[in-house]
Design a protein around this ligand. Sequence first.
Ligand code: HEM
Length: 143
Amino acid sequence: MTDEQPDSRADAPERETVEVTVYEFVGGEPFFATLVDRFYAGVMADPVLAPMYPVDDLEGAKYRLRSFLVQFWGGPDTYSQERGHPRLRMRHFPFAIGQDERDRWMTHMRAAVEAAETIPEVKGMLLGYFENSATAMRNQADR
Ligand code: HEM
């Protein structure tokens, strides 16, 4: 036994915990730009989902999803500055979203998340969030 108490050393940086947002952890905007690009590649090849999206404004649609995700995961609040409160469920009312549409959307988003370059824990956070929010976006009974 010695008088030394290793666990209480004030100069033990390896024991410090630093909290960062997901946005910071993944390296910011470029991560979400790539995620959304991959997601949209899947959506545009999907015969059920593709017709729902604005063909003449795909870049705009990508930009809206990307800036929303940046804001949600802790980045700049540009989305709300430009578009106001997200109110995502309300913004999706014009689109008929049943279980099939929801599952297709999730299939493309899951592929985009799995292809992303980050650690499994972050992928798990993203997938959990998308699973729940995609379910909440349904606005049609099953046909
Ligand atoms: C469940 C299936 C879903 C379908 C079929 C769907 C479909 C669409 C469509 C057709 C648009 C219009 C594209 C545009 O011009 O911006 C849109 C917009 C958008 N969606 Fe979804 N969506 C789904 C789920 C989700 C989820 C889960 C999120 C977020 C986690 C989300 C976030 C957004 C955002 C941020 C916009 C732009 C809203 C705006 O500012 O106008 N969507 N969605």
